[in-house]
Write a protein that binds this ligand. Structure first.
Ligand code: NAD
Length: 496
């Protein structure tokens, strides 16, 4: 019965939900007892009500985080100790992967296949990778004469805040928590209000793994309540935010209006998928084009919605991408056969449908896709032809299953269109010419360029954006640690 729809439904039917905040090592209600509701976007059913944390709860979590940070039980512990605990945490996440994946799927409308991969494969790998970095991150010794010894050391930044989006709820939590813990920080985490359940569940696993109380607190709540209180808190040293560019801007302001905490921003995108005229339109390219636009229902910051295709290849590309699009299965996210789940909320579905209608109104040709009736928030994979870069659908982040074909006549035109956006998160280039590939990769103004395949890289490679997609901070790789570390110079005058 394993890996069947019935199996995952039986987990859903018997799962025990944890819905409280996790502060100072214990589950608790919000200080004022307030609650919010979360529902399953694929069915419209309410799943549970959960603690609605506000400034008083954030305060309590920060006080606990600071207490344990100052005590040094985590922040100044032997790195091998942090490593062992992070390795235990990885194993616990793996052991609980089915329950966590089902929670994630019902809360976010994501397919169970993706949830199992993100929660059961990627998340433990992240904890393991940062566990191994904990005792392998070295400082430096600066060159001096014999009269001094100069050490450049890395120290944990202090109490960190993490603000999470709803599209990859558990994985984004792990992207922040794993490097913060490896660095020795305490961290106050706010999951998105639409998808708190899997991250809340992590609290129990943190305790089981032996993370000291207060090092990690998990505070579900709204942006304007818990989120703003984290952004404005005078005793939080650094915040790592993943979400929209609009809200990312607010975190810059919060910092300026409070204690000038450092702010790492991972935000939206409008990424291009470029097919140059020497590329072969084969199954491999089409699979990458489809996943680039439709993975996670297009609710993906690096979605390659603008597909910029050399004119002579457009007919062949269109023919093949439509066949691939027809093979997507919309439906029950707990069914492993389903390949596209639901939009996150009715409001988000309405917004995506608004963009689709605007695309038609502004003159793009709708080939396939659009609204799907039903209790859930489904939109069929949608393909537009004849998209030009001045159209709203080519400029705004849609965050839904929409692919727009933009024919071009040269690689220079492709580069100009690809670069003409406020965003700079990701780009894909298909070409068989290594010189053109390298030239495009160097010239595209974005944080990740993938060549001959749609990829965001992996744990080892930094992820983040140029322009309005990000700040200089990066998630993943050794670079992510920098968000949670301070650099200190220790200059020792010697008599030698
Ligand atoms: P969002 O900006 O609406 O919300 C993100 C988080 O910010 C949530 O936890 C929310 O509660 C909080 N928030 C909202 N308003 C706030 C306020 N006034 N003050 C403080 N906090 C506030 O984004 P979303 O809709 O959850 O996620 C989608 C966005 O995330 C997209 O733009 C997507 O591109 C981006 N994203 C980026 C990456 C990346 O790594 N670059 C990854 C995933 C998602």
């Amino acid at each position: 019965m394993s890996q069947t729809k019935t199996h995952f439904h039986s987990i859903k039917d018997t799962i025990s939900l944890t819905t409280q905040a996790f502060i100072d090592g214990a589950y608790c209600d919000a200080a004022d007892g307030d609650k919010l509701e979360t529902s399953n976007p694929a069915t419209g059913e309410t799943i549970a009500s959960f603690a609605h944390c506000k400034a008083a709860d954030v305060d309590r979590a920060v006080v606990a985080g600071r207490r344990v940070f100052n005590a040094g039980t985590w922040s100044r512990s032997a790195p091998e100790y942090r490593k062992e605990i992070l390795l235990k945490l990885a194993a616990l996440v793996e052991q609980n992967k089915e329950e966590l994946a089902v929670l994630e799927s019902i809360d976010a409308g994501k397919t169970i296949t993706d949830c199992l991969h993100e929660v059961g494969t990627e998340a433990p790998a992240f904890f393991r990778w940062y566990a191994e970095l904990a005792d392998k991150t070295f400082g430096k010794i600066a060159p001096t004469g014999d009269d001094a010894m100069a050490l450049i050391v890395k120290e944990p930044a202090g109490v960190a805040g993490a603000i999470l989006p709803w599209n990859f709820p558990f994985l984004m939590a792990v992207w922040k928590i794993a490097p913060a813990l490896a660095a020795g920080c305490s961290i106050v985490v706010k999951p998105a209000e639409q998808t708190p359940l899997s991250t809340i569940r992590l609290g129990a696993l943190l305790n089981e793994a032996g993370v000291p109380a207060g090092v990690v607190s998990i505070l579900p709540g709204l942006g304007e309540t818990a989120g703003q209180a984290i952004g404005m808190h005078d005793d939080i040293d650094t915040v790592s935010f993943t979400g929209s560019t609009e809200v990312g801007r607010m975190f810059m302001r919060y910092s300026g209006d409070s204690n000038l905490k450092s702010v790492g921003l991972e935000m939206g995108g409008k990424s291009p998928f470029i097919v140059l005229d020497d590329a072969a339109i084969n199954d491999d390219l089409i699979e990458h084009a489809a996943m680039a636009a439709f993975w996670n229902g297009g609710q993906n910051c690096s979605a390659n919605m603008r597909q910029i295709i050399a004119k002579p290849l457009v007919d062949d590309f269109m023919d093949k991408i439509l066949k691939r699009v027809a093979a997507f299965q919309l439906g029950d996210p707990l069914d492993p056969e389903t390949t596209i789940g639901s939009m996150i909320t009715p409001e988000h579905k309405a917004q995506v449908m608004g963009y689709i209608n605007k695309g038609t109104a502004e003159g793009a040709r709708l080939i396939v896709g659009g609204d799907v009736d039903g209790p859930g928030q489904f939109i069929a994979p949608t393909v537009f032809d004849g998209v030009t870069n001045d159209m709203t659908i080519a400029r705004d982040e849609i965050f839904g299953p929409v692919l727009g074909i933009m024919p071009v006549t040269s690689s220079e035109e492709a580069l100009a269109i690809a670069s003409d956006t406020d965003y700079g998160l990701h780009a894909t280039v298909f070409t068989r010419d290594i010189d053109r590939a390298i030239s495009m990769a160097r010239r595209l103004p974005c944080g990740t360029v993938s060549v001959n395949g749609f990829s965001e890289g992996d744990i080892k490679t930094p992820f983040g954006g140029y322009k309005q997609s990000g700040s200089l901070a990066r998630d993943n790789g050794t670079e992510a640690l920098e968000q949670y570390l301070q650099t200190k110079t220790i200059w020792i005058t010697t008599s030698g």
